[in-house]
Design a protein around this ligand. Structure first.
Ligand code: SF4
Length: 443
């Protein structure tokens, strides 16, 4: 039996898919190269943005159309946030779904598929299991260089626009022991970059070590032999203690990059979003981080068109964007999500046309900022961890700088997973181009 997993959404979902792949392989399934040749298709969904369900149903239709006439109909399992949110409603609405498995019941997936195969009846498990353990060595990591390691599941913050606390449940910490063991194993397998994942990583407090907060966890992972780089996503701007900034500054393998999701530049909108910091507090944090860690790159998430966002509020978003000068930004138009406070409390009153105008303006500004920041790097030397080989040109490598900028340069594929010195020769909006810095190599 062969399986295929399609993944939508964030890094957490990517890693959940790696875990589901491992569970299925442990149960005897083998990976298929595409959905059309798989006996089991798992669709790992995301519901952070609207139309997630529509996308799911259209994908189900495609799977049905592909299998029609071939005599081969795969078992279809829906996992992830839409599965958790909609539960049995999915089975009622679509006869094409055989299994629904929630975000907290992934470990049940092989068993549910096995049962559905036996009697051809749909199965569902969206129970809120508290268990955050996951057996060591089971996840099938997709990336040869990066290893995702979940440190926290769920979120208690309940920002008014966000569906995550409803789909991933309340915040649960993994033991430090499990996290460090996973990092040791990932490094031993050749993954030189560890990415620690959690909805709010800086909330981390080890359940098995009262002295271990997130800064201490960074230190523990940093010290694992074979680890060359440590990244994390994402901290909440409300909870960034000095200890954490010092850890980023002082631990040489911790990347000098901070993803600080701001969501809006207007204090009035931040309050309606329940972010619990003001524009001024956020900018103060940016100043502190930059003063303590010179050269650090900052990235962010931004929402435009939140209910009640006026032209003045949007201007505040634009001026904050210019003031900070982000290395990159994920920007989205607001869309009401099920169960959220914003859906209950505020009518979605900013027109689609205005949302579109605002996102276009914001993205154009962000692009200008990126071009300017990147142009300043031409001629400089960066240590690039090679994480992929170009699909079109196998002599071209791609990697990331310590500050998380994508850098493309010519080199042999044997350098995959190695950190090499690159001199930047050209700047684009989304990446840099360079050549191996031979002076540095000779030195
Ligand atoms: S901090 Fe806010 S935006 Fe982030 S996952 Fe929690 S509720 Fe969602």
């Amino acid at each position: 039996m062969k399986y295929f997993i399609e993944t939508y959404g964030c890094q957490m979902n990517v890693h959940d898919s790696e875990r589901m792949a491992g569970l299925l392989e442990q149960a005897g399934y083998e990976p298929a190269p595409e959905a059309a040749t798989a006996d089991v298709v798992v669709i790992n969904t995301c519901s952070v943005r609207e139309r997630a369900e529509d996308k799911l149903y259209s994908r189900l239709g495609e799977i049905r159309d592909t299998s029609r006439g071939t005599g081969h109909t795969p078992i279809v399992a829906v996992a992830g946030c839409v599965a958790q949110q909609e539960g049995s409603a999915l089975l009622k609405r679509s006869p094409l779904i055989d299994v629904v498995v929630g975000t907290r019941s992934l470990k049940q997936l092989p068993q549910l598929i096995g049962q559905a195969l036996v009697d051809d009846a749909p199965r569902i498990d969206v129970n809120a299991y508290e268990d955050v353990s996951f057996p060591l060595g089971v996840a099938r990591r997709q990336d040869p260089v990066k290893a995702y390691i979940t440190i926290i599941e769920g979120c208690n913050e309940f920002c008014s626009f966000c569906v995550v606390p409803y789909t991933r449940g309340h915040e649960r910490m993994r033991p430090k022991r499990d996290i460090v063991n996973e990092a040791i194993q990932a490094a031993a397998e050749g993954h030189s970059e560890i990415q620690l994942l959690g909805q709010i990583v800086n909330h981390y407090q080890a359940p098995d070590d009262p002295t271990c907060d997130f800064a201490a966890l960074l230190e523990a992972v940093h010290d694992v032999p074979g680890v060359e780089r440590v990244r994390f996503a994402s901290p909440h701007p409300r909870h960034v203690p000095m200890r954490l900034i010092e850890a980023v500054r002082d631990l040489p393998k911790v990347c000098k990059h901070l993803h600080l999701p701001v969501q809006s530049g207007s204090t009035r909108i931040l309050e309606a979003m329940r972010r619990r910091y003001t524009r001024e507090e956020y900018l103060e944090l940016v100043d502190t981080v930059r003063a303590m860690v010179p050269g650090i790159t900052l990235t962010t998430d931004m929402i435009v068109g939140f209910p009640g966002e006026t032209d003045a509020d949007f201007d505040a978003t634009m001026t904050l964007t210019s003031a900070v000068g982000y290395e990159s930004m994920y920007s989205f138009k607001y869309s009401p999500r099920p169960n959220t406070l914003a859906l209950k409390r505020y009518p979605d009153e900013v027109s689609e046309e205005t949302k579109t105008q605002r996102i276009v303006a914001l993205q154009a500004l962000q692009k200008e900022i990126q071009i300017e920041l990147h142009e300043h790097t031409v001629g400089s030397r960066m240590d690039v961890l090679v994480d992929s080989i170009s699909r079109r040109r196998d002599w071209e490598l791609s990697g990331r700088s310590f500050g998380n900028t994508v850098v493309n340069f010519p080199g042999p594929r044997e350098w995959l997973g190695r950190t090499v010195p690159v001199r930047v020769t050209r700047a684009g909006a989304y990446s840099l181009a360079g050549v191996l810095d031979s002076r540095a190599t000779e030195a």
